[in-house]
Design a protein around this ligand. Structure first.
Ligand SMILES: Cc1cc2nc3c(=O)[nH]c(=O)nc-3n(C[C@H](O)[C@H](O)[C@H](O)COP(=O)(O)O)c2cc1C
Length: 155
């Protein structure tokens, strides 16, 4: 547990540099008429704003469904969450995970990166398998079912 100098193992100077990071992961359904060009505009705005507010993350768009991971200072993420809820370009926002922890960023170099989803089902299935929260699993299962029924397919 302690090394020869009496310092607890695992403790290192880098850890002191870790700061609190808030993350929010959700999926939502794109509004009627939201196409790739609109998603490009969303990503451009996101990159511009996120850089200023210390937010990084990824945005996946496929089959009429958005999946987004955002991480950054808690106050900034909370403000963005409120903005996202007001944005008419999507609806049915389902929160999959959010918390504040001391850890490194998952996407330190991406102000907002659009990740191609040949099949967004794989992304959601992956999230479903790693989701620990029961409510998240239920929400994801519902979305996966809708995908399978073709209820979300517009793109
Ligand atoms: C699916 C989706 C994801 C978005 N992601 C971000 C984001 O990461 N950062 C951001 O600033 N705006 C994002 N937006 C846009 C915001 O809802 C809002 O339109 C924008 O922040 C307004 O910025 P402006 O005042 O500079 O025009 C997103 C919108 C949608 C529909």
């Amino acid at each position: 547990m302690f090394d020869e100098y009496g310092i607890p193992q695992g403790a290192n100077l880098d850890e002191a540099a870790l700061s609190k990071l808030y993350h929010f992961v959700y999926c939502s359904r794109a509004a009627e008429g939201v196409d790739d060009a609109e998603v490009c505009r969303i990503v451009e705005t996101a990159q511009r704003n996120n850089l200023v507010h210390g937010i990084t993350g990824v945005l996946v768009f496929g089959s009429g469904v958005f999946f987004q991971w955002i991480e950054g200072p808690a106050a900034e993420i909370q403000k963005l969450i409120a903005t996202l809820h007001r944005d008419k370009r999507h609806h049915d926002i389902v929160s999959l995970s959010q918390s504040e922890e001391e850890r490194e960023r998952l996407y330190p170099n991406w102000d907002m990166e659009k990740v191609e989803a040949e099949d967004i089902r794989l992304v959601l299935q992956d999230a479903f398998e790693s989701a620990e929260d029961k409510n998240n699993r239920v929400a994801l299962k519902r979305i996966l079912k809708q995908l399978d029924l073709g209820a979300l397919g517009r793109v």
